[in-house]
Write a protein that binds this ligand. Structure first.
Ligand code: NAG
Length: 492
């Protein structure tokens, strides 16, 4: 009996090793491309070293009607709106990837830092006036009604803001989190003065978010909902920002804030244990602070590690308490639009959690199943490999990676002729034929990862189906760190 088991394991071991060889991906290439995507999303005046040359300057008057300079930042997805709430989250994730895995990025590290800075420069402008946080630029209804290049859009660039009187704690706190996380990335990799500026601003913005509590749902109304409506409340962003500020400053005041409020916000935390994305930060808070919890041996006196374990158990397929779904090909699924955002964000958390647990004796238990740390890494790698082409369609979901990838992404700039090809203005409805055509997009938005297949591993490659074919900044942002990790551990 024993001998038989050994034989079976051996055969299993060999075949999975052979499979791993056959599917070896060029994570370094995927890393470079996942960062390059952010250049394609840039708004404002482009620098001379801009690499996606089909994109040009755009939205150079953003903020001017309100007497402020709000140029720069990122277009959110396939549209041309600058939604600061998800933009800030993407920035936090990019920065987190740099903090943990920047050392593995090699020649891409400067590009990754540039990608963070493109956003933080803009977020500094958005928070430059005390008592005001700019929450968004561009009327989403006007923008979504047109299919226009960013370079010649003439839709209303409405400026939305939150104030003491009309607060928006989620958008302000997420910006504070992004600035604090970025300050750590720049501190670790060579720009201390900028790091200091970011951190000082982060603490001021957090104070504003915490002191004037409310949701931007109510304050900016139709600018936020139904686009980036804050469903999960602003309490999680306040905790998340405080956790990042604690990591960046080590000041007990922030730690006490997290510890006190994790109890106050308990119902929301427990209801959202496996949630992590632009709306919901719950699982991220627990994983983020687990580093400090372990270093101070606070696992017995604080609930964070057991919450983080519950998150792991809610994701892994072998866990008896798992709550997410998987396609037959193995891709993680959660309900809602743009599934790939869940795949990348949850995978990132699992990987970072193993990093923090590495030298500890902590054991993750999902009821009676013990989860080994390498199971988390294996799971994450499987998700990443699926994205890169190890799936039933043998299709890479990253534009420009591999030989077979989405051709008709839901993205205005990518699908319309570039300014080089056609310098004449294309107006609001002038773009419609380019939206409707079956032809592939003329401009490759290299590195863009789309919303992805349906739960049966099917992908229509249809520009009109935004849920599957639209890229977003918050799909790519967690991927950057993941690619850096796997790049460092592959033989390429
Ligand atoms: C924001 O609006 C949505 C939709 O109306 C609602 O479900 C949600 O609870 C609101 N969030 C907050 C924090 O008020």
């Amino acid at each position: 009996m024993k001998i038989l088991v050994v034989v079976v394991l051996l055969v299993g071991g060999l075949s999975s090793e052979a499979a791993a060889k056959a599917n070896l991906h060029d994570y370094g290439d995927a890393l470079s491309k996942s960062i390059l995507f952010f250049e394609g999303q840039r708004s404002g005046k482009l620098p001379s070293n801009h690499r996606l040359t089909w994109r040009k300057d755009s939205a150079l008057r953003d903020g001017a009607d309100d007497g402020v300079d709000l140029t720069g930042g990122y277009y959110d997805a396939g549209d041309n709106v600058k939604f600061n709430f998800p933009m800030a989250f993407s920035t936090t994730m990019l920065a987190w990837g740099v903090i943990e895995y920047g050392k593995s990025m090699g020649p891409d590290l400067p590009h990754a830092l540039e990608a963070v800075r493109w956003s933080t420069d803009y977020l500094l402008k958005s928070t430059a006036t005390p008592g005001v946080v700019f929450a968004q630029v561009g009327d989403p209804n006007g923008d979504h009604n047109c299919w226009q290049r960013p370079e010649d859009m003439d839709t209303p660039r409405t400026v939305y803001k939150v104030t003491e009187k009309d607060p928006g704690s989620e958008v302000a706190a997420e910006i504070a989190a992004a600035l604090a996380a970025a300050s750590l990335a720049f501190k670790a990799f060579g720009d201390r003065p900028y790091s200091k500026v970011l951190l000082e601003r982060a603490s001021k913005v957090f104070e504003f978010a915490d002191k004037y509590r409310g949701s931007y749902n109510d304050s900016i109304g139709s600018g936020a909902c139904p686009f980036y409506c804050d469903f999960s409340g602003y309490q999680d962003e306040l905790l998340w920002a405080a956790a990042w500020l604690h990591r960046a400053t080590k000041r007990p005041i922030y730690w006490n804030y997290v510890v006190e409020n994790i109890e106050n916000f308990k119902p929301q935390i427990e209801a959202s244990i496996s949630e992590f994305g632009w709306d919901s930060k719950h699982a991220g808070i627990n994983v983020l602070v687990s580093k400090y919890v372990l270093s101070q041996s606070l696992e017995g006196t604080t609930p964070f590690l057991s919450y983080a374990d519950n998150f792991v158990c809610s994701v892994l397929p072998e866990s008896p308490t798992n709550t997410v779904s998987f396609s037959p090909g193995g891709l993680l699924f959660k309900s809602g639009v743009c599934n790939m955002q869940h795949t990348t964000a949850l995978s990132f958390l699992l990987l970072v959690y193993t990093r923090y647990l590495k030298n500890s004796k902590h054991v993750i238990r999902c009821n009676d199943v013990i989860v080994a740390q390498n199971q988390l890494v294996g799971f994450t790698r499987k998700q990443v490999d699926y994205i890169l082409g190890d799936n039933p369609l043998s299709l890479s979901y990253m534009v420009g990676y591999g030989t077979k990838f989405p051709q008709r992404i839901h993205h205005r700039a990518s699908s319309l002729p570039s300014m080089v090809q056609q310098p004449q203005h294309i107006d609001c409805k002038g773009g419609t034929p380019y939206f409707l055509t079956d032809r592939p997009n003329p401009n490759l938005l290299i590195g863009a990862v789309v919303g992805g297949p349906d739960i049966h591993d099917r992908f229509p490659d249809d520009r009109m189906d935004a849920t599957t074919s639209e890229p977003t900044t918050y799909v790519n942002a967690p991927l950057v760190g993941l690619m850096a990790y796997f790049k460092a551990r592959s033989s390429h």
